[in-house]
Design a protein around this ligand. Structure first.
Ligand code: PLP
Length: 412
């Protein structure tokens, strides 16, 4: 049977919105999208490497990488090839069926997380979905005898109702109560953990570096202590590596810097270079918790997303990008210090997840000045600038960053 598909497509969507002026596209965006996003900063139409371009042809050095998502930068040939060939082969089937790329990716995640043979992988489509799965995993533990979950104040785990309940930011929860019950937020200290934990606790869920709080690492030794304490109480240690994972901090996962073995890890963001994909990987006995029918996702782990994730992981391996994240992170931190700005108070983070602590209330102005200077950084709070450039960043981009960031800091 031949199917007539008509004329071949000549344009892949209208990338320019015609001759829309800034006011026009901004107004159209605000009247078309939910009101929960801030007004858009620019209308972006394409990207290449570590650069993105707006509708007027201006280019911006992207040191936010779609918030730690564009691990290979923009329009990377590896992603282009994987996406086009898989789109022409098999985009989606249901989870009633297996696909080679899904199996390969799951095996690969078991290996790079250290979960090994006993590991099991659940695929969703975002960070929040990975954490929803982690929440349900925790509920499964203890057969009802462990109704409590501990998470950290200031932590961020997503916007869906389960993930929001885990999020330690009351301002984000305030309008949406009641929250899922049983979640206690504790300070990131060993004393607070010792005081809160007990045999009624199913899990401790935490980020190794609190990204949305301004790139704030856990106190030295905390993760190792938390592993020992949770183990003593039979409590799952679940590490949210949605922002820190997939090489960003200079290890595949940040817990590996500490030699800690968790019971589960969640990931998303950088795993497929911008194509939506999230995953929960369970370790050891935690892999026996989910029973058939407990959880699922229509799109989760489809051949399109998993093929691209496999290609991204291949390229990270081939190009040594985990190591690159470690060395380039130090180079960027040095470049920031070398600017010698009176606004820079400290440089935090690890690898290519960097928080620049700045003088009170200057971050928004620095972020805006950077954009004017053709540099995308993220004023995550009034005293912090977050950087999460693509893992492919090199000497040329770091030199450009140094001069553009210096211009921004001088303008404030
Ligand atoms: N967990 C962490 C640590 C995150 O940084 C984020 C997103 O910023 C999430 C969870 C939620 O991920 P998503 O926005 O993909 O749902």
């Amino acid at each position: 049977m031949t199917i007539d598909i008509g004329e071949p497509l000549t344009a892949l969507g209208d990338a320019s919105l015609g001759d829309a002026s800034v006011d026009d596209w901004a107004r159209r965006r605000d009247s078309a999208l939910v009101g929960s996003y801030a007004p858009a900063l620019r209308l972006l139409v394409r990207g290449e490497g570590c650069w993105v371009f707006d509708d007027a042809g201006n280019r911006y050095l992207d040191f936010l990488g779609g918030i730690a998502v564009n691990s290979l930068g923009h329009a990377h040939p590896v992603i282009v090839a994987a996406a086009s060939s898989q789109a022409a082969t098999l985009v989606h089937v249901s989870n009633y069926f297996a696909t080679p790329s899904q199996i390969q990716l799951a095996e690969r995640l078991k290996a790079i997380t250290g979960a090994g043979e006993a590991g099991r992988v659940y695929f969703g489509n975002s960070g929040a979905e990975a954490n929803e799965a982690a929440f349900k995993l925790a509920r499964r533990h203890g057969g009802g005898s462990r109704p409590r979950i501990l998470t950290l104040t200031g932590g961020f785990h997503g916007r869906t109702m389960g993930a929001l309940a885990l999020t330690g930011k009351p301002a984000l929860q305030a309008a949406f109560g009641p929250m899922a019950p049983g979640v206690t937020h504790i300070e990131s200290t060993v004393e607070a953990l010792e005081a809160a934990i007990g045999d009624d606790v199913a899990a401790l869920i935490l980020e190794p570096i609190k990204g949305e709080t301004g790139v704030v690492p856990l106190p030295e030794g905390y993760l190792t202590a938390a592993r020992a304490i949770t183990e003593r109480h039979g409590v799952l240690l679940i590490v949210d590596e949605i922002q820190t994972g997939i090489g960003r901090t200079g290890a595949w996962f940040a817990y590996q810097h500490e030699g800690v073995v968790p019971d589960a890890v969640t990931m998303a963001k950088g795993i497929a270079g911008g194509v939506p994909l999230g995953a929960l990987v369970t370790f050891g006995w935690a892999s026996d918790l989910f029973q058939r029918g407990d959880h699922g996702s229509t799109f989760g782990g489809n051949p399109f997303a998993t093929t691209i994730a496999n290609a991204v992981l291949d390229e990270i391996d081939r190009a040594g990008l985990v190591q690159n994240a470690a060395t380039r992170g130090r180079q960027i931190a040095d470049a920031i210090r070398a600017i010698g700005s009176r606004h820079v108070v400290e440089v935090r983070g690890r690898g290519l997840l960097i928080g620049v602590g700045v003088t009170p209330d200057t971050a928004p102005a620095i972020g805006a000045a950077a954009l004017e200077a053709g540099l995308i950084v993220n004023a995550i709070n009034p005293t912090s600038i977050r950087l999460a450039p693509p893992l492919i960043v090199g000497d040329a981009e770091i030199e450009e960053f140094g001069s553009r960031f210096a211009t921004a800091l001088a303008a404030v």
